[in-house]
Write a protein that binds this ligand. Structure first.
Ligand code: FES
Length: 125
């Protein structure tokens, strides 16, 4: 028997500000909705490590190592072009745009379909 899905109204667009998130309970699951560079991304609030509430973690730019022209490390910097969510249980990080762990792409969050139109934000569950 095919699974049925439903499109559910979440709220107005300004409920998810740029660089921010909204956590909702819908369809028997908890979902985190994020906005980055104007686009929305949604995932089930379940870490691929041990099931922690990953969507409720800290949102930070990706940390990268700065290498000079001689190949020497010059410390670390934030890469503002990538945004990560950090699971509050053990610190696993996931790229908000892809839902994958940057060092181990096989670890990924479960994506939820999200769309936005002039009426607001909707998820399909
Ligand atoms: S459960 Fe998320 S890092 Fe362990």
């Amino acid at each position: 028997m095919p699974a049925t899905t439903q499109k559910v109204f979440v709220g107005p667009s300004n409920d998810v500000p740029e660089g921010g998130r909204l956590i909702i309970d819908v369809g028997g699951m908890t979902i985190g909705i994020f906005r980055f560079q104007g686009k929305l991304f949604a995932y089930q609030n379940r870490c691929a490590h041990e099931g922690g509430p990953v969507c409720q973690g800290k949102i930070v730019p990706r940390v990268t190592e700065v290498i000079d022209e001689n190949g020497a490390s010059r410390g670390f910097a934030f890469d503002e072009s990538r945004l990560h969510i950090v699971c509050p249980w053990h610190g696993y990080e996931y790229d908000i745009q892809t839902g994958t762990h940057p060092g181990r792409p096989s670890l990924r969050l479960l994506r939820v379909a999200v769309e936005e139109n002039p009426g607001g934000i909707y998820v399909t569950v």
